[in-house]
Design a binder for this molecule. Sequence first.
Ligand SMILES: O=C(O)C1=C[C@@H](OP(=O)(O)O)[C@@H](O)[C@H](O)C1
Ligand SMILES: C=C(OP(=O)(O)O)C(=O)O
Length: 666
Amino acid sequence: MFKIPFLDLPPLRGAAGTVRLPGSKSISNRVLLLAALSEGRTVVRDLLASDDTAVMLESLRTLGCAVWREGGDVVIDGLGGQLRAKEAKLFLGNAGTAMRPLTAALSLLAATQGGSFEVSGVPRMHERPIGDLVDALRGLGCEIDDLGNAGYPPLRLRGPSTLALDTPVRVRGDVSSQFLTALLLALPLVAERDIRIEVIGELISKPYIEITLALLARFGIQVRREGWAAFVIPAGSRYVSPGEVFVEGDASSASYFVGLGAIAATDVPIRIEGVGSESLQGDVRFIEAAAAMGAEVKAGPNWLEVKRGAWPLKGLTLDCNHIPDAAMTLTVMALYADGPTTLTNIASWRVKETDRIAAMATELRKLGATVDEGPDWIRVQPLQRWQAAVIHTYDDHRVAMCFSLAAFNGLVTTAAKPVRILEPHCVAKTFPDYFETLFGVVSVDVADVPVITIDGPTASGKGTLADETAKLLGFNVLDSGALYRVTGLAARRAGLDLDDGDAVAAIVPTLQLRFADGQVFLGQEDVSARLRAEATGLLASQVAVHPQVRRALHQLQLDFRRLPGLVADGRDMGTAIFPDAALKVFLTASAATRAERRYKQLISKGISANIEGLRADLEARDERDKNRSTSPLEPAQDAQLLDNSALTIEASVDQMLAWWQQRRPF
Ligand SMILES: O=C(O)C1=C[C@@H](OP(=O)(O)O)[C@@H](O)[C@H](O)C1
Ligand SMILES: C=C(OP(=O)(O)O)C(=O)O
């Protein structure tokens, strides 16, 4: 996950390949709750691991449920409808699928068994309505206190109290279908007699009710229904664990890759694994909308394949009530269409993670688009003159994911613009690795991938500065010195004469190198510590003088230029390897400062050292690096000079980011 303040997406050019979707949020949280209410053990396979499921899991644990991981599975020993904890405070983040169903279940359990439970969430959750559900539960006899504004969380659910189950439970269905889902999931707890639920008003987001009913059936509860107007939970209903449940991939998460295929898969399709024609989730019908916009879609039971069909895409007018989450993706696809796209019947967007109609309109306009909106609709015009934009994401995962598709503007305009996504980690609500997954299937012109180079003499702090800068930008890191060190080490181990440039260069293509989590592996061996040793540094300096070796390592270094960007440190990054880098920095510090830093570093590792000797070594190494004929150590002409002798690391990083920001079009 990119846990950084912003993620810059350079212009993206194409898409191909296969993605495996994370588990469905809606199915995951329903299954977790049903498993917890059931008797017996449930093994849940392919459960979504994200913020929304984390708050559900944590709540179930707090309520006394045994929940543990076994390999990739989650195992739950259900409570069998018996409360173990009678008091708890549950924090439910911004997960509607946790807040609404837990409110219903705990209200009923508190009524019948006694107890006091508080449910709360992030500030936005306290603005998301729950009043219709609370009214229905109060109508049944549940005791619910508003701890904030009436009609919104936080709430206290307490009991015991007497339930009146002989009259129908009435619930409004036109603000959120989750209120009905919550009652359907929870009322079997008290179904000593038939319990009838009647829906008032036009039920929205109907396909989510189908998910609820299908999963209730898996757990032994056969709800009788009268269309969408009334539902009856039969007397004597009892949750029975099916033993094992597979969670299918998330159909709403699929929408970004369906959109991606429609826009950018010109040759090979994007294959999406985890949902398909047999999906339980209504949001899979997003493919019909994408097809209506021109996408070529094939669907198998558990997979989709999408590629570009009509281009530009075709604008459309669509009632999106049945695909409320996935439909957001259409508003960004609409930018690539031949005419306006109008989405209607989407009033619920206004009460989700943010006011999504307002958010999409505001952010699309930043790209240059013309957007109109009404209480329950949005209209987006195709975009010709794209602007580089900083996209606010409002802590809404879907806003962040949708706007990644704006980075393909280079497919419709010559002056391609990057897109900055603020707070990209908000995708963790349902798809923590969204951007990594996206980067796995998109193509880019390598020249568009931004590079920052940091060159400078030994012990100037390049590595630390590169790592810290990269961490803040979410960029990859190339420690080119490590490549020379590893080459020197491998050459020495192979018994080569280090002065024989041809022989040393010849082993470069045979190196089994792997960089993972900041560590360097040579074959199976983690050589990171070895590479940092002084002795290896000397080997590096010896092999680095040979032009053949430098040539052999050239392509290897270029290969580090990958999405979303690169910070490369070394001695010739800005001069020889990445001459087109957008920001080049030449980092220095006085020999005295560098010797002192190296001294402290060694002493802290328990290695004895002599500061004068270190300084002499450093100066000798500087001389050798400056005077070698191939790629001598010198600042690129367009490099910024940074002397960090008197600077803290934070101050140096701030300077890097300030220079970087000056070069960005935002
Ligand atoms: O029941 C569910 O799992 C959901 C129902 C929908 O909400 P509304 O019924 O409020 O539209 C949907 O937007 C949400 O992401 C998940
Ligand atoms: C509306 C959404 O979430 P929630 O389950 O919190 O309602 C969503 O995921 O788009």
